[in-house]
Write a protein that binds this ligand. Structure first.
Ligand SMILES: Cc1cc2nc3c(=O)[nH]c(=O)nc-3n(C[C@H](O)[C@H](O)[C@H](O)COP(=O)(O)O)c2cc1C
Length: 350
């Protein structure tokens, strides 16, 4: 058994315990995996310029996003079908997020009902894939609102599914037995798998009109997830959304799309502090979080690492993943001469 000292160790340990198909579904990217690899490589290319002699006694990781207190600038990214990893599934993640004092973004394709996740978690946002059938969307919004979610995250980078060749290769399809409580009530047949669902149900011609429509349907703040360009970020400001998530879907949609940490600075320059900016993609180390903050994100999200934690040790595994990341961020801030998140500025990176 791999010694579990960091988030990479968790991925290796998860691979040892997971069924090959399920691991491939979580780990994989699209076609040649160039963006998947570049999300990491781009973080590794960036160097820090730490400040010395700052007389720091203690480091605080606390921050606020949309006015909500968070114990550290890390959130759980929405990931589909957590039950492939462990029976505790999204509930195990929720309990770990509660322990760590951070927000969990729950996927449309969650295998646990939003009501149960909100009850167990610290704070829950709901991720939405826009369906053609407005009734499906209205029902999901109604459930998210009455369950007490505090934001809606519209994923904008999936008008069609990316080309997940690795799944064809291993012949992976989702097991029929997994319930998807947010879509099952519409009697949608999922036996054809993810690609068929996207083909038949998600809105291919998603546009800024849909963003406006969504804002009219919900009283909750709306975030756009999957923005990679400064001009799109400016349009998001004009649309009056709460914020954007700079994301390439963990390298799972358009291969050779820009690494998110490379896309971030231009976006941050374009929008300033007019709306909030989060980012995800390849965040595995405390120093990655510091780099993302330095380049203009208010916080990051992590997608795969909580899944590896879940696979290895259920909710306790997720909690360990979050503790390790927390410890690394604290260490990195100390060594960079920053006592708080607000002390992190662009001069720290080169
Ligand atoms: C297995 C898996 C399932 C995902 N499912 C969703 C989803 O349902 N909705 C969504 O908006 N993003 C989804 N994503 C993308 C993540 O929210 C996030 O953008 C990405 O995982 C971040 O990169 P990282 O895994 O390197 O941290 C998924 C990612 C993975 C790995």
């Amino acid at each position: 058994m791999t010694q579990l000292l960091n988030l990479f160790d968790y991925e290796q340990a998860a691979q040892e315990v997971m069924a090959a198909g399920a691991y491939a579904y979580y780990a994989g990217g699209v076609t040649d995996n160039i963006t998947l690899r570049d999300n990491r490589a781009a973080f590794e290319r960036i160097r820090l310029r730490p400040r010395m002699l700052m007389g720091i006694d203690a480091v605080s990781l606390e921050t606020t996003i949309q006015g909500e207190q968070m114990a550290m600038p890390v959130m759980i990214a929405p990931t589909a079908v957590n039950r492939l990893a462990h029976p505790e599934a999204e509930l195990g993640v929720a309990r770990a997020a509660q322990g760590a004092g951070i927000t969990q973004v729950l996927s449309t394709f969650s295998t646990t009902a939003v009501e149960d996740v909100v009850a167990a978690g610290h704070r829950t946002w709901f991720q939405l894939y826009m369906a053609y059938n407005r009734e499906i969307v209205e029902r999901m919004l109604e459930r998210a609102e009455s369950a007490d979610c505090s934001a809606i995250v519209l994923t904008v980078d999936l008008p069609v599914a990316g080309l997940r060749e690795n799944l064809n290769r291993v012949g992976f399809t989702f097991p029929d037995v997994l319930a998807r409580p947010h879509i099952d009530e519409f009697g949608i047949d999922l036996s054809g798998g993810w690609g068929v669902f996207v083909r038949d149900h998600t809105k291919h011609n998603l546009s800024w009109d849909d963003v406006r429509w969504l804002q009219e349907q919900t009283r909750l703040p709306v975030w756009l997830k999957g923005i990679l360009r400064d001009d799109d970020a400016r349009r998001a400001v004009d649309a009056g959304v709460q914020g954007i998530i700079v994301s390439n879907h963990g390298g799972r949609q358009l291969d050779t799309a820009i690494a998110t940490i490379d896309a971030l600075p231009a976006i941050a320059d374009a929008v300033g502090d007019q709306i909030e900016i989060l980012m995800d993609g390849g965040v595995r180390r405390g120093v990655d979080v510091v780099k993302a903050l330095a380049l203009g994100a208010q916080a990051v999200l992590i997608g795969r690492p909580p899944l590896w934690g879940l696979a290895v040790g259920g909710g306790a595994g997720v909690a360990h993943v979050l503790e390790m990341l927390r410890f690394e961020i604290e260490n990195a801030l100390y060594l960079c001469g920053c006592a708080t998140i607000a002390d992190v500025d662009r001069s720290l990176v080169c």
